[in-house]
Design a protein around this ligand. Structure first.
Ligand code: GCU
Length: 369
């Protein structure tokens, strides 16, 4: 049933994924063996991913994967793989991590950087690196716009070029699918690194990248857990009977995010043959954290809670409990599906990361011996 369900999502929502993919390492270098006061080892890969559609293989633009490992680790550690709104030079700020061509709009004290933090919260650009390292996690970051820009014109061009062999315009992949595919291409590299725990590869994404993180896990079983924060429409929130952002609004504002076929459901959400609880179901029995905020009604937290409940039968097939909390605000980091909600709006604030890490610790922290 899972392949048939994925095919439905590809056809009606995200567009068709490549039939084959590969990841080439262009370069790999150690940036700093004692980064962040000696807490971390910092490295960077330059990668090119290739996608095959109908036998035609095309390369992506080069993109970087920046990896920060806890310096004091004994044995393999779990890794949090993130895509963010900001270039990696802001996700992991360090003199050796260069901004992309065109610069880093999140960096420095300029008005753009100030506005980003003001609107989206303190951790929008840079996660709490010290806390992540201290709790024993590696962090890997990539800026998806290097390969598939989050822009109508440039994004569209990159998607079209990669999917040159895909004949059907209506089902050509959108950026959410391509970003999900980029998570998987980074996993190609991370899963070969003996310093990382192969049963601890976690994808993390906020909002548009929260949508992509869920799709990545639903399509790729090598991903062991997902932290998807405020993913909203096309992410964890149900589309049928929708509150918050509609298909018409998202397809109009972000036409490059989905398959062109998705726009046909504008105003006809109830006719969609699939809904987002089934996306969560495709991740079962692996662990999912859905992050939310009360006043972020655009992302529809209630719709995400109902989707989390709706994925229950898929977890039950594995003898698992799925969502355990009966109320939206009873966060249970131990459950297969954890639902986190805090006051406030869209963005990443100081309460969010401790919740993310508690959820991860519930599966990856070794009991003290
Ligand atoms: C917009 C968009 C959402 C998206 C969000 C984000 O608000 O409408 O669907 O999740 O951007 O990525 O922050």
């Amino acid at each position: 049933a899972a392949p048939a369900l994925r095919a439905q999502f590809e056809r009606h929502v995200y567009g068709v994924m490549p039939e084959a993919s590969a990841t080439k390492i262009i370069s790999h270098r150690i940036i700093d063996e004692a980064a962040f006061g000696g807490a971390g080892v910092l490295e960077e890969y330059e990668l090119v991913a290739s996608a095959t559609f109908n036998g035609e293989t095309r390369d992506s633009a080069p993109f970087r994967l920046t990896l920060l490992l806890p310096a004091s680790a004994e044995g393999p550690v779990p890794a949090i793989l993130m895509q963010t709104f900001c270039p990696t030079s802001s996700t992991i700020p360090h003199p050796g991590v260069a901004p992309p061509e065109g610069g880093d709009f999140c960096a420095g004290d300029g008005p753009a950087a100030w506005l980003m933090t003001y609107v989206f919260g303190r951790y929008i650009a840079t996660p709490p690196l010290e806390a992540i390292l201290a709790r024993g996690y590696a962090l890997a970051a990539l800026y998806p716009s290097e390969a598939v820009p989050d822009s109508r014109s440039r994004g569209e061009a990159a998607l079209e070029a990669l999917a040159a062999g895909h004949g059907d315009r209506e089902t050509r992949w959108g950026a959410v699918a391509a970003w999900a595919w980029l998570y998987a291409r980074a996993v190609d590299i991370l899963e070969t690194d003996a310093r990382l725990d192969r049963s601890g590869l976690i994808v993390w994404g906020h909002s548009r990248y929260g949508k992509a993180a869920l799709v990545a896990a639903a399509w790729d079983a090598r991903i062991d857990a997902v932290v998807s924060h405020q993913s909203g429409t096309g992410g964890a929130s149900l589309t049928r009977g929708k509150k918050g952002e509609t298909v018409a609004e998202i397809a109009d504002q972000y036409p490059h995010w989905f398959a062109p076929a998705y726009a046909r459901f504008a105003g006809r959400e109830d006719e969609l043959p699939v809904d987002q609880h089934q996306l969560l179901a495709l991740i079962a029995p692996r662990a999912i954290l859905l992050g939310n905020a009360r006043r972020d009604v655009w992302s529809d937290p209630n719709g995400a809670f109902r989707a989390a409940k709706g994925a229950g039968p898929a977890y039950a097939l594995y003898g698992r409990g799925g969502l355990a909390q009966d109320r939206i605000d009873r966060f249970d980091p131990q459950a297969d599906i954890s639902f986190w909600i805090r006051p406030g709006t869209h963005g990443i604030v100081k309460e969010d990361w401790p919740a993310f890490l508690d959820f991860l610790d519930a599966r990856y922290k070794k009991p003290a011996s």
